[in-house]
Design a protein around this ligand. Structure first.
Ligand code: FAD
Length: 486
C-alpha cells in the first residue's frame, strides 16, 4: 500500500531485505519487522496534530524496519551497521512524547526498547535503583512499592512512558517540587553511541572530575545515542501525606503565595496553580472557587511533624496573599483525576485543534509571561480557548502549562492554525524572557524556535552532535535542523 506521508524526507534504503537479514541475525527473526501494520504503528508518537492526520488517512513519517533488541550488545551491533550504511535510527520508548520527537521523519530503523526492562539492582543503602531504560514508569513504581520505596518521578504519562524516554527529553513529574526533575534523579547511565561504542558513566553522589557527560544525554531526544540503563534515586515511602487548597483572586496573588512558599525553602511534593479558566474546568464543584484561581499543595514525608510544619508554613503564605481556604476537596479531586487527559478527549472529537504547551520562566517575569502567552494566543483567528496552569516550581522560577483549542477559519488549514498557536506561545514566552520548553522537549513542534532559544549555543550543540554522530544517523531532523519559519 502507498501511504501519503506528511514529512517528505524518507531516505531510500538500497536493499531492505538485506538490511532485514542483517538485523534479524542480531536480534532474531521474530524481533525484526517490516510488516506494514508495524511500520504504521511506529509512524507517530503522541503529538496531537498527528492524530488528526492519521484520522484523515495520512502518516507523519514511516520507518523502514522495527527492531526489538534484548540487550545492549545487540544495540551496539545495530548502530554499527546503521552507521556504516548511513541509515537513520530512532530510539523508541512507548511513543508518549507529545512534540513529535519519536516520529521517524527520515524513515530508517526504529529501535524499540520494550524488551529491556530488567531491574539490575536495588541498593537500599544508597537509595538507588539500577534499571534498563525500556522499563515502564508505573511498573517500576509497583516493583519499588513492594519493597517499601517510591520512585518520586510521576509524569502524567506514567502508565505509557519509559525511563529512557524520561531521560531523552528531560522529564518532570507531578511530585517534582520535592523529589526533583529527572536530571536531579538520574545519577549515572549507560549509553550506546551512534558508532556502537558503549559509555558507562561513573556512579557518585557528586564529583568534581570534569564535564558531566551523563548530562549531555538528558534532553538529547535520541540524537546522541541510545540510553540502555540508568541508576536513579529512590525514596522511603512517606509516613504522612496531607493536602490543602486555597483560592485566590487572581494569578498574581497565587504566584506570589507559591513564590513565598518556595523561597522559605518549603518543598511540597505537589503545587498546582489553575487560572480562572482552568479552575472553572477542573473545580466547578467547589463553590469557593467561582471566578478564582485554585492552588493545591500536597506535602509528604517519612517524618510526620515535617509535613505539619510545611502545611502550616503554606497556610501562612496563602493567608498573607489573601487566599481562601477550600479544604481538602480540591486536593482529593486532583488525585482522582490527575491522569485524565481532557484536552484530547474533549476538544479533538469536536473537530477542534487543540494542544498543550509548557514553558518556564524566572519569577521576575513570571506574571508578565503568563499574560504575554495568553495575549498572543488570543490574537489567533478561530481561537476558542487559551488557558494555563503552573505545574512545577523552583525558588527561582516556575513552569507554565498552556492549553489552546480552536477551529480552522476559511482559507486556512488545520496545520496553519496549529502552527500559529505554537508560534504565538513561543513568541509570548520569548518576549518575557522565558524558555520555550520546560519538560516536553523540542521534537518537531518547537524545532523552528531553537535559534531564538539558544542563539550561538545552538552552533556549539551542532558541533557536539557532529563529533558524536558524524554520519547524522541518530534521529535526524530533530534538535539541530532549523526549519524555515514564515
Ligand atoms: C498524556 C500525557 C501526559 C504527559 N505528561 C508528562 C509529564 O507529566 N511530564 C513529562 O515530562 N512529560 C509528559 N508527557 C510527555 C513525555 O514526553 C512522555 O510522556 C514520555 O516521557 C516519553 O517517554 P516515552 O518512553 O514514551 O518516549 P518516546 O515518546 O518513545 O520517545 C521520546 C523521545 O525520546 C527518545 N528516546 C526514547 N527512548 C530512548 C532511549 N532509551 N535512549 C535514547 N533516546 C530515547 C525518542 O527517540 C524520542 O526522541 C506526557 C505525555 C502524554 C501523552
Amino acid at each position: 500500500m502507498n501511504f501519503d506521508i506528511v514529512y517528505k524526507k524518507r531516505v531510500e534504503i538500497g536493499d531492505i531485505n538485506k538490511l532485514k537479514t542483517q538485523l534479524s541475525e542480531i536480534v532474531g527473526t521474530e524481533w525484526a519487522s517490516t510488516e506494514e501494520a508495524d511500520l504504521v504503528a511506529y509512524s507517530k508518537d503522541y503529538q496531537l496534530i498527528t492524530n488528526r492526520w492519521i484520522m484523515e488517512g495520512t502518516l507523519p513519517g514511516l520507518p523502514h524496519i522495527i527492531v526489538w533488541p534484548e540487550n545492549e550488545l545487540q544495540i551496539s551491533q545495530i548502530l554499527k551497521i546503521a552507521n556504516e550504511q548511513k541509515i537513520p535510527v530512532v530510539p523508541y520508548g512507548e511513543g508518549s512524547g507529545v512534540v513529535g520527537a519519536a516520529i521517524p521523519v527520515y524513515g530508517g530503523i526504529m529501535v524499540d526498547m520494550k524488551r529491556m526492562t530488567k531491574i539490575i539492582e536495588i541498593n537500599k543503602q544508597n537509595l538507588t535503583i539500577t534499571v534498563q531504560s525500556g522499563a515502564n514508569g508505573k511498573w517500576l513504581e509497583r516493583e519499588l512499592e513492594k519493597k517499601g520505596f517510591l520512585i518520586g518521578h510521576v509524569p502524567q504519562s506514567f502508565h505509557t512512558s519509559t525511563v529512557g524516554g524520561w531521560i531523552a527529553h528531560r522529564a518532570a513529574g507531578q511530585f517534582s517540587t520535592k523529589y526533583g526533575k529527572i536530571e536531579d534523579i538520574v545519577l549515572s547511565m549507560r549509553v550506546v553511541l551512534p558508532t556502537g561504542e558503549i559509555v558507562d558513566t561513573k556512579l557518585y553522589p557528586r564529583a568534581s572530575d570534569g564535564p558531566q557527560i551523563e548530562k549531555l544525554f538528558l534532553s538529547s531526544e535520541g540524537t546522541l545515542g541510545i540510553v540502555t540503563q540508568a541508576t536513579i534515586k529512590m525514596w522511603p515511602l512517606p509516613k504522612k501525606q496531607e493536602g490543602v487548597a486555597y483560592a485566590f483572586k487572581n494569578i498574581e496573588d497565587s504566584l506570589k503565595a507559591t513564590q513565598l512558599v518556595m523561597q522559605k525553602q518549603v518543598y511540597p511534593a505537589v503545587i498546582r496553580i489553575y487560572d480562572q479558566n482552568e479552575t472553572e474546568r477542573h473545580f466547578y464543584a467547589e463553590p469557593k472557587a467561582k471566578n478564582r484561581v485554585m492552588v493545591i499543595f500536597v506535602c509528604e514525608a517519612p517524618i510526620e511533624s515535617l509535613v505539619d510544619l510545611e502545611i502550616s508554613e503554606i497556610r501562612k503564605s496563602c493567608i498573607e496573599c489573601n487566599g481562601t481556604d477550600c479544604g481538602v476537596g480540591p486536593v482529593k479531586h486532583w488525585f482522582e483525576t490527575r491522569f485524565n487527559v481532557k484536552e484530547s478527549s474533549i476538544y479533538i472529537p469536536k473537530g477542534q485543534i487543540a494542544d498543550t504547551i509548557e514553558i518556564s520562566v524566572m519569577w521576575d517575569t513570571a506574571v508578565e509571561c503568563y499574560h504575554s502567552v495568553i495575549a498572543e494566543l488570543k490574537k489567533i483567528d478561530g481561537l476558542i480557548l487559551a488557558s494555563g496552569h503552573a505545574s512545577h516550581f523552583y525558588p527561582n522560577g516556575v513552569c507554565f502549562y498552556f492549553t489552546f483549542s480552536g477551529v480552522v477559519q476559511d482559507g486556512k488549514t488545520p496545520e496553519d492554525f496549529y502552527v500559529s498557536a505554537w508560534d504565538a506561545a513561543m513568541i509570548g514566552t520569548l518576549k518575557a524572557k522565558g524558555s520555550i520548553s520546560h519538560h516536553h522537549g523540542i521534537g518537531i513542534s518547537r524545532a523552528r524556535w531553537m535559534r531564538d532559544e539558544h542563539g550561538p549555543v545552538l552552533t556549539l550543540m551542532k558541533r557536539i552532535k557532529s563529533t558524536l554522530d558524524p554520519n547524522n544517523i541518530m534521529n535526524p531532523g530533530k534538535l539541530y535542523d532549523e526549519p524555515e519559519r514564515e
